[in-house]
Ligand binder design. Structure first.
Ligand code: GAR
Length: 196
């Protein structure tokens, strides 16, 4: 390993997965350093958390740009200014264009609250309950241009329990996310897992 990989976490809100990554990266032998947190929403709670942790935290407000390309250009500029090498989307609720994804291909990760390829898209917990599925979970994957379709790095399964609501199920999945994402990021940052 040639030093810790400078990683940016992209968020849109609460940022609990970002917090799990920050906390894992405190271990001296963790192969990634969380060097930057970016939110497309200036009021995201996660930005305050990052600043409190002494991490550079920047809002790139998508509403300030007339189109997706100029928003992504600004995002890419911020990543460049901070010497970022890996990007981890964690509850980042903007679709990234094929050009952006192509530029970061193999260095752009996402966490999704389902066992992909099942339940791509939004409202996964509600849909799992609606189908009376017995298992649910989360997936960390490399991002590709197609939404929630990239090669899988890690998955964790949780049971769906009798009486679950979307909220109780989401909380169980989120707990699994907080364990899975730090492991998945470490496996990519160390070079053990890569996009071929
Ligand atoms: C997480 O459950 C994450 O998997 C999901 O948003 C939540 C963000 O929570 N992501 C998506 O739905 C992406 N399509 P957090 O802000 O507390 O990490």
């Amino acid at each position: 390993m040639t030093g810790r990989r400078r990683t940016a976490v992209l968020i849109s809100g609460r940022g609990s997965n970002m917090q799990a990554l920050v906390s894992a990266a405190k271990a001296p032998d963790y192969p990634a350093e969380i060097a930057l947190v970016v939110s497309n929403r200036p009021d995201a709670a996660g930005l305050d958390y990052a600043r409190d942790q002494g991490i550079a935290a920047v809002a790139v407000d998508h509403k300030a740009f007339s189109d997706r390309v100029s928003f992504e250009d600004a995002l890419d500029t911020v990543l460049g200014e901070h010497g970022i090498d890996l990007v981890a989307c964690a509850g980042f609720m903007r679709i990234l264009s094929p050009a952006f994804v192509e530029k970061w291909l193999g260095r752009l990760l996402n966490i999704h609250p389902s066992l992909l390829p099942a339940y791509r898209g939004l409202n996964t917990h509600e849909r799992v309950l609606g189908d009376c599925a017995s298992a649910h979970g989360c997936t960390v994957h490399f991002m590709v241009a197609e939404l929630d379709a990239g090669p899988i790095i890690a998955q964790s399964r949780v049971p769906v329990l009798e009486g679950d609501s979307a909220d109780t199920l989401a909380a169980r999945v989120l707990q699994a996310e907080h364990e899975t994402y730090p492991q998945a990021l470490a496996s990519v940052a160390s070079g053990e897992v890569f996009l071929n």
